[in-house]
Design a protein around this ligand. Structure first.
Ligand code: ADP
Ligand code: MG
Length: 340
């Protein structure tokens, strides 16, 4: 257990996404982004008290009026997307090893099994969501890189998976260079949003698995998305960096995507035998209130084994605690989205 945790924390060095990088990346509009942490009003139904390092998350879903007002105030803010049947969810946390890819795969599979049509977009050069869904990375000829860099239509890239109704846009290692290549590209923050547009209403949910950083790839995901879902690992320093993440969401809502909200926080790798895990749960609930999902994902070996078989936990071991938890997360997600 410690092995996994340790690897996770070390993957992403702290300070990787300092304020400098953020400003450089998001400052496309004329609005001066507020980074004082005082006004993340884009967190969904949050009741938790503010604490040092945390944006005072008190707001609700952004209304259409808010969006129009923001768009009028600053012409560089793009107008809200036309009402679409598809909800795009970015799974983001700049820490590595917190359960982003595991949640992307298994929430995606769970929603698909419950009858939703789901597309998973792998936006991490490590390609864990791609391989975890059984797509052989060495045989792929096109990937999400081609959407970002060469305007390739997504229809030409989408791969089926072993789960009915679950498709994937794979990632290959060349995505690692995309972040640098994008810097000099026109509307570099909006490449993914524009690229996914042609899919329109083909899917109920598009889930984007973000890389462990707050660079241009994650900014592209947040600009394309309607919602951010934040996995938080029930371990030491669980909340470290979350304030920075919320500030980034705020920067994106101020400059690029006014309708973006933090829809949820999901606690992962919970080990009920430790006091620490229970403390983290309390802390997260205090900070995030109803934004935190009731469902908590337990730490289980089966969840960590499934990706090497290229299967979501539902296919790998449907009776396991991990499968039950992600099934329940899918149900709760659908309830929150008015689907049940
Ligand atoms: P991220 O995408 O945030 O880097 P991952 O989803 O890849 O995180 O998870 C990091 C590691 O922890 C992986 O090896 C994964 O298999 C494992 N893991 C994720 N969730 C769980 C869990 N609930 N129980 C046990 N292992 C897990
Ligand atoms: Mg990952």
């Amino acid at each position: 257990m410690n092995e996994i945790t340790g690897a996770g924390w070390n993957e992403t060095p702290d300070g990787e996404a300092g304020p400098d990088e953020v400003n450089e990346t998001v400052d496309a509009g004329g609005t001066e982004p507020s980074v004082d942490g005082a006004g993340a009003d884009n967190v969904h139904e949050t009741t938790g008290p503010g604490e040092a390092g945390f944006p005072d998350a008190v707001g609700n879903r952004t209304t259409e009026a808010d969006v129009n007002e923001a768009a009028e105030a600053d012409e560089s803010v793009p107008p809200p997307a036309a009402v679409s049947r598809t909800t795009i969810v970015a799974i983001a946390n700049q820490k590595g090893g917190v359960g982003k890819s595991t949640t992307a795969i298994n929430l995606g599979a769970s929603l698909a099994i419950q009858g939703e049509k789901v597309l998973l977009v792998d936006l991490d050069p490590q390609g864990n969501a791609t391989s975890g869904l059984g797509v052989d990375r060495s045989s792929i000829t096109s990937s999400v890189y081609d959407i970002l860099i060469s305007d390739m239509p997504p229809e030409d890239i989408i791969e089926p998976t072993s789960v009915r109704n679950l498709h994937v846009i794979p990632a290959t290692i060349d995505l690692a260079g995309a972040e640098i290549e994008l810097v000099s590209t026109f509307s570099r923050e909006q490449r993914l949003r524009n690229g996914l547009k042609s899919l329109d209403d083909d899917y109920d949910y598009i889930i984007i698995d973000c890389p462990p950083s707050l660079g241009l790839l994650t900014i592209n995901a947040m600009t394309a998305a309607d919602e951010v879902l934040v996995p938080i690992q029930c371990e030491y320093y669980a909340l470290e960096g979350v304030g920075q993440l919320l500030k980034n969401v705020e920067l994106v809502t101020n400059n690029l995507n006014p309708a973006l909200i933090v829809e949820g926080v999901v606690m992962t790798m919970y080990d009920g035998r430790t006091n620490l895990a229970n403390e983290v749960v309390q802390q997260v609930r205090a900070h995030f209130g109803e934004t935190a999902y009731d469902t908590i994902i337990p730490r289980t070996v089966r969840l960590s084994e499934a990706p090497s078989f290229g299967e979501p936990i539902e296919a790998f071991d449907e009776m396991s605690r991990g499968a039950i938890a992600y099934r329940e997360l899918g149900r709760e997600f659908r309830r929150r989205h008015g689907r049940t």
